[in-house]
Design a protein around this ligand. Sequence first.
Ligand SMILES: [Zn+2]
Length: 161
Amino acid sequence: MKSGLPDFNGTLYQMLLAAARDAVGLAYCPYSNFPVGAALLTYDGRIYKGANFETVTFTQTKHAEEVALLAAFSDEVFVRAQRAGVDRLHTFEALAVFVPKKLGLMPCGNCCATLAEVFRDQFIIAITGPGNADFEVVRFNALAPYLMHREDVLESARPES
Ligand SMILES: [Zn+2]
């Protein structure tokens, strides 16, 4: 859709929400028993799933959103996007998150900091219930408006003239 909001009830977004629900089944969370599923929608309509992967060290635990991003990265999503003339900040359209034990939960601060490398005004969708229409949408910039971005660092790292 070129103007306005995408059709969140349309087939593509319903597939994205279904993928986030489905991803929960992939979660490896023996310590928290708090499964999280995530799904990323790319510019070209592909969907990548992720689930949390915990380790006994806890600090090495990977969140569902990170796993989905790394799945897309490993599948060369940025290579394809670059070839298609799509820049890094427009490679993804949306991220859906499903936390069955805490419906409506949005990505945590750590995940937002990771997503900020490739997200700006993408849609973040939290599933809030069992139905297809049970979800909440927020723009990434509204969810995490004060994050440090790549541009901030690169700009200040330039030599002064
Ligand atoms: Zn997180």
